[in-house]
Design a protein around this ligand. Sequence first.
Ligand SMILES: Nc1nc2c(ncn2[C@@H]2O[C@H](COP(=O)(O)OP(=O)(O)OP(=O)(O)O)[C@@H](O)[C@H]2O)c(=O)[nH]1
Ligand SMILES: [Mg+2]
Length: 194
Amino acid sequence: MRKDTQGRMHFKIVFWGPSLSGKTTALRWIYDNVEGLQKGSFTSVADHTGRTLFFDYTPVQATEQVVFEIYTVAGQKRHAGQRKVILEGVDGIIFVADSSPDQMEANIESLNELRELLGPRLGHEVLLLVMLNKQDLPNAMQKDVMLAKLGLGNVTCFTTCALSGENVKRTFRQITRDILMQHVYQAPAKASAS
Ligand SMILES: Nc1nc2c(ncn2[C@@H]2O[C@H](COP(=O)(O)OP(=O)(O)OP(=O)(O)O)[C@@H](O)[C@H]2O)c(=O)[nH]1
Ligand SMILES: [Mg+2]
């Protein structure tokens, strides 16, 4: 969290996950569909195929005093340097896993990279929520199986479809509430990364 010159608090939320898991789609859905929030512009640094090259970013003003700065990272392996930069000052992570069975390896690799970068802060000072995305696919993996493979135990988790927006708003609402609660009460986060 950082405070600006007018005393507003800025909290940073990052969508993290492997390439093509649906991070940009989810943030775009929030930008287009979540009402009652004052949104700034949507910035996207992407290649011609729509894959994120550096980040997507949009600021969302929740109240006069609270702004959420929301980012997505570039999931492709070669963009590790860019991802690390985006993590600076992060308050909460939404880990977007791809529910296709053939993407499980990529999910694990992406989560392990995050664990390495944040260490014990992940799931504690830095809140962690999980989106099991692409649940609309006919061969989508089940929640329990995915969480076990990811080595995630007691973590807040939603099954989503970022294309239709199913559960995307719930995920966003949950992380913003958890971040504010953590800030107000300085309570240890419920979510655990291990
Ligand atoms: N079936 C299905 N497709 C999805 C879903 N979410 C995203 N997609 C599709 O998956 C592809 C990749 O989505 P993106 O949102 O660009 O993925 P990303 O995670 O931002 O990928 P990078 O920018 O490379 O890290 C697009 O074709 C989306 O339309 C979903 O819930 N279900
Ligand atoms: Mg993207």
